[in-house]
Ligand binder design. Structure first.
Ligand SMILES: Nc1ncnc2c1ncn2[C@@H]1O[C@H](COP(=O)(O)OP(=O)(O)OP(=O)(O)O)[C@@H](O)[C@H]1O
Length: 331
């Protein structure tokens, strides 16, 4: 795929926030340079990836299924070895940084008949680097952080889906963490569980922890994240703040009306460009116009306005605009 220029930078330059930080730069939570994974069969799952994850961000790592998100996360956590490229975590070589990184990749298997607290005890006991003397306090803190203190003694099998996932995140927070890496944390959750996890991610970030979270759901990343990178077929399409990603795309006004032809004429007279008529509605580029003035002009010309809305460009629009393809979650 041809690298795409967005906000004055290119994928190949790998520098959406300016020049890629030098090795050891601690202002970024994660920096990858040319990170590549080719599996034995020859498949390139991640191709020359240049990511810069600012500290303090909630960084959405977005891409259709199979676009290389989990492979990237597994490399960042030292679970698989890159074929090429380098990366720093918290300004350090990865092995030194990992004790300060919490991760949720394929949730831990919990015992259904044990309480949430007892499960965390077992989980912590299996970690040779965890200090026994501080286990109770660390577990209480982690349960408090994910809002499970009141349910600490309840059996895991009686937890809701959202509570189960919050417990899995608590397991990733048993030590002091500067960076939390979550691989598709809302996958398989019901709407309530999804809301709980989204709210929790924001709370964790508000405490100063950088959160790197993967998802194949565009709307989820838009709601939860300050920054995003979009992957496609192992390659980075674009990265930046959520605002900057859609900054180049203009807001639209959408008018619902039975008088489509007449409404199109009025919008044209107002000087709006890009007027597109559909069944019972039409859209146009808002330009510098105020929506209330557009509404007044339509009503003044006796157009029956059933609905009028300003439509901000979504990440999906950004993806489609850059790749010319729909964002297909089935990869
Ligand atoms: N161990 C492996 N051996 C060979 N190919 C692999 C391996 N793991 C992943 N792949 C392939 O690499 C590509 C990227 O997979 P990856 O799991 O990283 O994508 P993803 O974006 O996380 O998608 P999903 O959300 O579906 O897991 C896919 O085509 C996948 O089939």
């Amino acid at each position: 795929m041809t690298p795409v220029t967005v906000t004055g930078t290119t994928q190949e330059a790998g520098a959406p926030f300016g020049a890629a930080p030098p090795a050891g730069d601690s202002s970024a939570a994660i920096v990858t340079r040319g990170l590549t994974k080719r599996f034995r069969g020859g498949q390139v799952a991640v191709d020359a990836l240049d990511l810069t994850v600012p500290r303090g961000s909630v960084y959405g790592f977005l891409g259709p299924n199979g676009s290389g998100k989990t492979t990237t996360i597994r490399m960042l956590l030292g679970l698989i070895t890159p074929t090429a490229g380098t990366y720093d975590v918290l300004g350090l070589p990865p092995a030194r940084a990992l004790p300060r990184v919490g991760a949720l990749v394929e949730g831990p298997a919990f015992y259904p008949y044990l309480s949430g607290e007892a499960n965390l005890m077992r989980f912590d006991a299996a970690d040779p680097s965890a200090r026994r003397a501080t286990a109770r306090r660390r577990i209480a803190d982690a349960l408090d952080r994910v809002g499970l203190s009141a349910a600490a003694g309840k059996r895991y099998r009686n937890y809701s889906l959202g509570m189960r996932q919050r417990l899995a995140i608590a397991a990733a927070l048993l030590g002091p963490r500067e960076l939390l890496i979550l691989d598709e944390p809302t996958n398989g959750l019901d709407p309530q569980g999804t809301r709980e996890v989204r709210a929790l991610v924001k709370e964790i970030a508000a405490d100063g922890t950088t959160v790197f979270v993967s998802s194949h759901l565009l709307a989820e990343i838009e709601q939860m994240c300050t920054h995003a990178a979009i992957m496609r077929s192992g390659r980075l399409v674009v990265q930046g703040t959520i605002g900057s990603l859609s900054a180049g795309r203009v807001p639209l006004i959408r008018v619902e009306t039975p008088d489509v032809a007449e409404a199109a004429r009025v919008l044209g007279e107002l000087g709006l460009s890009g007027v597109q008529a559909g069944a019972g509605e039409l859209t146009a580029e808002l330009g510098g116009q105020r929506p209330e003035m557009i509404n007044a002009a339509l009503v003044g010309q006796e157009v029956a306005v059933r609905g009028l809305a300003v439509v901000r460009p979504s990440l999906e629009d950004v993806f489609v605009g850059l790749t010319g393809e729909g964002f297909d979650v089935d990869g």
